[in-house]
Design a protein around this ligand. Structure first.
Ligand SMILES: Nc1ncnc2c1ncn2[C@@H]1O[C@H](COP(=O)(O)OP(=O)(O)OP(=O)(O)O)[C@@H](O)[C@H]1O
Length: 204
């Protein structure tokens, strides 16, 4: 298994928002998280990615195998598209940025400063970064925000290529990604029951 989540409860500000979350993610599989605004999808993804500790339960197989892409694109605005990807390739110990440029239709933008890109172009670059990490588990929070229809299709193709290569993906999204083979996990029934906050987490 790439990722095993067992009886996980996740919290914001020390208050649990979801509990009893269990799922497995196998190589080559994608899992789409669904649930209304504020239901805890972002909190769950951040916990799985190791950015905050579980309130209860366990996450196995995460850590260094995860590439996490959140709402903010994390781009260096004073570097070009190519320089951004080279930077991330260096950080993650990989070298080939050509497939990432190509698959996200960034070839014609390669020499533009990231800061001068449109919102959707920035998002494409942020997602292209996932490819150069070389990491097997992609954890994506609303990956298609700002993307037009054609770019959503590019993204879906890139995810499928990643799955075909034995990678896996965990994604929160409100739209249909065009990846019909993905499994769906609705967090709505897992809303945490009210209980006392854990004081020692209030400072995280
Ligand atoms: N610092 C905080 N302290 C307490 N509660 C918080 C804090 N930050 C966020 N929350 C609450 O935690 C809940 C879960 O938020 P989260 O961002 O995980 O939801 P989401 O499912 O990703 O929502 P969306 O679909 O709107 O992105 C929300 O009700 C939110 O208001």
């Amino acid at each position: 298994m790439m990722l095993s989540v067992r009886d996980l409860a996740v919290a914001r500000g020390g208050v649990p928002v979801l509990e009893g979350v269990s799922f497995d993610l196998a190589p080559g599989r994608a899992l789409v998280l669904r649930g209304p605004n504020g239901s805890g999808k972002t909190t769950l993804l951040r916990t799985v990615a190791g950015l905050q500790p579980p309130f209860e339960g366990t996450v196995e197989g995460a850590g260094e195998r995860i590439a996490y892409a959140a709402h903010s694109d994390g781009l260096k605005s004073m570097l070009t598209v190519t320089e951004n990807l080279r930077f991330w390739a260096h950080v993650f110990g990989t070298s080939d940025i050509a497939p990432a440029l190509h698959d996200f239709d960034l070839d014609t933008l390669a020499d533009r400063l990231a800061g001068n890109l449109s919102a959707g172009q920035k998002r494409r670059l942020g997602l292209a970064r996932l490819m150069v990490t070389g990491r097997p588990v992609w954890v994506l929070d609303e990956p298609t925000v700002s993307l037009d229809t054609a770019s959503v299709a590019l993204f879906a193709t890139a995810v499928r290529k990643h799955l075909a290569a034995g990678g896996s993906a965990l994604m929160a999204t409100h739209i249909d990604l065009g990846i019909p083979e993905a499994d769906v996990f609705d967090v709505t029934p897992l809303k945490a029951r009210p209980r006392a906050a854990k004081q020692d987490e209030a400072f995280l």
